[in-house]
Design a protein around this ligand. Structure first.
Ligand code: NAD
Ligand code: MG
Length: 385
């Protein structure tokens, strides 16, 4: 039996992971499940799967979780430290699916524990990629990419080493506003931005897809997972989201991974790796899809792409600053405080204004993250004053 933990179990990726786990009860034993504030869903999931521990991120909800688990024999815990401790339990496989930099410490703890870590939480890798890759090497942990593009690249690399890779082609759907002009983007509402044409996802990543910051974060993510040099990682807009990414080898042979846009496919790959399991996902119907289209990305209309590439090239604390400013701006957009085009503008402003030394530790990363959040707050105050 594989001992599995799911961080961010109540979210979009967490629910997809649980869906697969519950289809084969004999194959998996659930160690820890975590959520930020949804006590009822977390307690129900923990009871249903017979989890060993359930952890709620918000410390004030400890009593509520304990009550909800009364009589079940499942241990209740709460708070940031409890999340980190749960990541250090002896799971064979941990799904890191907390959204945002909030997932950094638990993800690092899971990497240090040395098992397999299925990584959905791209913001942690963007902010602290160097330190995370070092931690994985030091502990012998296996980092399994879950983000569909990175999982596709991982599959296309198969047994080949990076020395034979000429280019990585990261595909992007282009999001719901792919064909809109800047002027037409000005009054986009949160409801319009979270309605992705191909994928059903959490609110934050849906907005990131709409601004294309998601692809920018994924560029940085790819540069850490597959270190072939930033200039050899290209972004290609492919509106149907059928090809999830490609690897071109130096002999000019190109491999692609295709599949229906269902996160359970890359999650299943990571869950079973190095084996394969059956999923309930739709088989790919290429006759029905009919055609696959491709376009170059447009950095004028989607400045987030340019900002992310520049932050990646600068390295050091710049990606952490980019990510933190973006998290603050996306939350403000979702709350109705700022406009859609303000998101990238705020990120650019913070990147220009604030510099931090290259982080040597997770505490350094979190200090840069906190400073960038404060700066983003100031930029927004000026904007909405
Ligand atoms: P979501 O918003 O649906 O779920 C987030 C989960 O994290 C929830 O369980 C929530 O309770 C938990 N959480 C949020 N804030 C927390 C905090 N401060 N402390 C502890 N837990 C907290 O998000 P999602 O769409 O499932 O995305 C999760 C991660 O996976 C993100 O990093 C996202 O970029 C990445 N990802 C998602 C998809 C997708 O299809 N949804 C695809 C690729 C990558
Ligand atoms: Mg992706």
């Amino acid at each position: 039996m594989k001992r599995v933990s799911i961080f961010g179990a109540t979210g979009s990726v967490g629910l997809s992971t649980l869906d697969l786990v519950r289809r084969d009860r004999d194959a998996y034993r659930v160690v820890a499940l975590t959520a930020n504030s949804d006590v009822d869903s977390l307690a129900a999931q923990a009871r249903e799967t017979g989890a060993q521990v359930a952890v709620i991120g918000q410390e004030r909800l400890y009593g509520a979780l304990k009550d909800a688990l009364a009589g079940s024999g499942i241990e209740a815990a709460a708070g940031e430290q409890a999340l980190v401790e749960a990541a250090g339990l002896d799971a064979d496989w941990t799904m890191a699916a907390i959204v945002g930099c909030a997932g950094l410490k638990p993800t690092m703890a899971a990497l240090k524990a040395g098992g397999a870590v299925a990584l959905a939480n791209k913001e942690s890798l963007v902010s602290a990629g160097g330190l995370m890759m070092q931690a994985a090497t030091a502990s012998g942990a296996t980092l399994l990419p879950v983000d569909s593009e990175h999982n596709a690249i991982f599959q296309c690399l198969a047994s080949c080493g990076l020395q034979d890779v000429a280019r990585i082609i990261l595909t992007a759907s282009g999001g719901p506003f792919r064909t809109r002009s800047r002027a037409e983007m000005a009054d986009i509402t949160p409801a319009q931005a979270v309605a992705h044409p191909n994928w059903s996802m959490g609110a934050k990543i849906s907005v990131d897809s709409a601004t294309m910051m998601n692809k920018g974060l994924e560029l940085i993510e790819a540069a850490h997972l597959f270190p072939i040099g930033l200039e050899r990682i290209e972004i290609l807009v492919h509106p149907q989201s059928v090809i999830h990414s490609m690897v071109e080898y130096r002999d000019r042979s190109t491999l692609a991974q295709l599949g229906s846009p269902d996160m359970r496919i890359p999650i299943a790959h990571a869950l079973a790796w190095p084996e394969r399991i059956a999923t309930p996902c739709q088989p790919l119907d290429l006759v029905r899809i009919g055609r696959l289209d491709f376009e170059a990305p447009d950095e004028q209309r989607f400045p987030a792409l340019r900002l992310a590439r520049a932050a990646a090239a600068e390295g050091g604390a710049a990606p952490a600053i980019l990510n933190a400013a973006n998290e603050v701006a996306v939350a403000a957009f979702l709350a109705g405080h700022i406009g859609f085009l303000d998101i990238a503008m705020i990120v650019e402003d913070v990147l220009q204004r604030y510099r931090a030394p290259p982080p040597a530790s997770i505490d350094d990363v979190l200090a840069a993250d906190a400073q960038a959040r404060a700066q983003a707050g100031e930029v927004m105050e000026r904007l909405t004053a």
